[in-house]
Design a protein around this ligand. Structure first.
Ligand code: ADP
Ligand code: MG
Ligand code: ZN
Length: 476
């Protein structure tokens, strides 16, 4: 048992899904040619003036409302000064002393139960450009397409006590952003990024230990592994009587380790000051009322509704609502065939497995929710066996074929019609008088033999449940 407690605080950067950048009219389109989406404002030409994008304010405030923040009616943009080639202005326009949102919280659930994680603040800022180092050209290039793309930074309180809690918090934040439709939440592509501040302290000690800030965490798995490694490293240091130094450390996904990127001595003094080019932002009550009224149903609320409305278990409900498109897929399928638990079952087993393997999303599935509903209906109505349904699922997922057409083409239609099967049952009994006599004399195990013969006669198309029922009646 470790004598140390882990303390974690997270800084999340979410790229907002606006059409244009935060301070100019350039497009935020991903995948454009280098420097295609650039103007004098976002390339930092002298003499230009920024104009704040109203959508950015709306999205930042909506995130604040969604996680119960106080929304500051007045907030201020500030310059964060540092030099780097991908930052042509020489400062990042951000918010510092008066951010747009403060004092929110997010509720998470882990193996240890429910817990509330504090959110210190949310502020708006611009992204930087990108340096591209080319060995081929023996040169470095700067692409400013991403410069001035809007971000919100969501800073948590140091409230998390394990990597598991950190990941649960991140998943909750990501899910809310995606539900609000203000961020696409793609960690690999970097539209949802996170830095983890990690420290350890002996249990019972009130003062926090010195923290390291971990960067380069571009999947939930990396967050988990980087924190676990870092905690071990810090505990080893403390146990050896050495000090943890405050520094920024990079996670190396190949090695599963962290290494120092820059120490406190090299840490920037950002010389923050209010941006003289942007007046303080004052929010009108009417805007806030409007934004509040536009908030969609959020993941936690939907999770509760799935439990009460569809009778799903808490686990199923959580799995099906954490991704917005999965929740919508489920509801579309249920609308087409009202068997929520059966549909949930298919989604949580075979289909989720497929999505995990391909890294795909519910919204990209070729099997439409309506077609999944049809498949479930065919099984429920006895038109095909559950086994046949499982057998054709891979093809349905791959091709998007209509289940009914595929079932026909493959000759999987079950015979469930009692009058049609009765003839087969009678024939089998008539063909096997000895077995029939033995059965009647008490060898009831022969039931399986009769079922087998009937299945053979019908080339496996008889509905076994109906066959069993018919046989039971005839053999009485
Ligand atoms: P900075 O400006 O250097 O990033 P902040 O005070 O804004 O520092 O803190 C950044 C993050 O670090 C916050 O999420 C906060 O909760 C977390 N944090 C602060 N102190 C600690 C600590 N001792 N251990 C773990 N996390 C911490
Ligand atoms: Mg920081
Ligand atoms: Zn521009």
């Amino acid at each position: 048992m470790t004598r140390y407690e882990t303390v974690i605080g997270l800084e999340v950067h979410a790229q907002l899904k606006t059409k244009s950048k935060i301070f100019c009219a350039c497009s935020t389109q991903f995948g454009a040619d280098p420097n295609e989406n650039v103007c004098p404002v976002c390339s930092g030409m002298p003499g230009v003036l920024p104009v704040l994008n109203r959508k950015v304010v709306e999205y930042a405030a909506k995130m604040g409302l969604a996680i119960d923040c106080e929304i500051n009616r007045k907030s201020v943009f500030a310059r964060k000064n540092y030099f780097y080639p991908d930052l042509p202005k020489g400062y990042q326009t951000s918010q510092f002393e008066l951010p747009i949102c403060e004092h929110g919280h997010v509720d998470i659930v882990t193996g240890k139960g429910p817990k509330r994680i504090g959110v210190t603040r949310i502020h708006m800022e611009e992204d930087a450009g990108k340096n591209i180092h080319s060995a081929h050209d023996n040169a470095s290039f700067v692409d400013l397409n991403r410069a001035c793309v809007p971000l919100i930074e969501i800073v948590s309180e140091p409230d998390m006590r394990s990597a598991e809690e950190a990941v649960a918090y991140l998943k909750a934040i990501r899910s809310i952003l995606v539900y609000l439709d203000i961020c696409d939440g793609n960690m690999e592509e970097g539209s949802f990024r996170c830095d983890a501040n990690v420290s350890v302290r002996p249990f019972g000690q009130e003062a926090f230990g010195t923290r390291a800030e971990l960067k380069n965490l571009n999947s939930f798995k990396h967050v988990q592994k980087a924190i676990d490694y870092e905690v071990e490293r810090q505990i080893d240091l403390v146990e050896d009587g050495e000090a943890v130094v405050q520094e920024t450390r990079l996670y190396d996904a190949n090695k599963g380790t962290t290494h120092s990127m820059r120490g406190k001595e090299e840490a920037h003094d950002y010389r923050y000051f209010p941006c003289p080019d942007l007046v303080p932002l004052v929010l009108e009550e009417a805007w806030l009322d409007q934004w509040k009224s536009e908030l969609p149903e959020l993941p936690k609320a939907r999770e509760q509704r799935f439990i009460s409305q569809y009778g799903l278990s808490a686990d199923a409900s959580e799995v099906l609502t954490s991704e917005r498109d999965m929740a919508e897929y489920f509801e579309a399928a249920v609308a087409a065939f009202n068997e929520p638990k059966k549909i949930a079952n298919w989604l949580m087993t075979d289909i989720l497995r497929e999505l995990n393997q391909t890294g795909g999303r519910a919204a990209d599935l070729k099997l439409t929710p309506q077609n999944l509903a049809t498949l479930v209906r065919l099984v429920e109505q006895g038109a095909i066996s559950a086994k046949s349904a499982k057998d054709i699922l891979p093809e349905l997922l791959e091709t998007g074929a209509e289940p009914e057409a595929l079932v026909k083409a493959k000759g999987l239609v079950q015979i469930s019609d009692t009058s049609a099967l009765e003839a087969d049952v009678d024939a089998v009994l008539a063909e096997n008088p000895k077995e029939l006599a033995d059965y009647r004399a008490g060898k009831t195990k022969l039931m399986g033999f009769f079922v087998g013969q009937i299945m053979r006669r019908t080339k496996g198309q008889a509905n076994p449940a109906v066959v069993n029922q018919l046989l039971a009646e005839k053999l009485k």
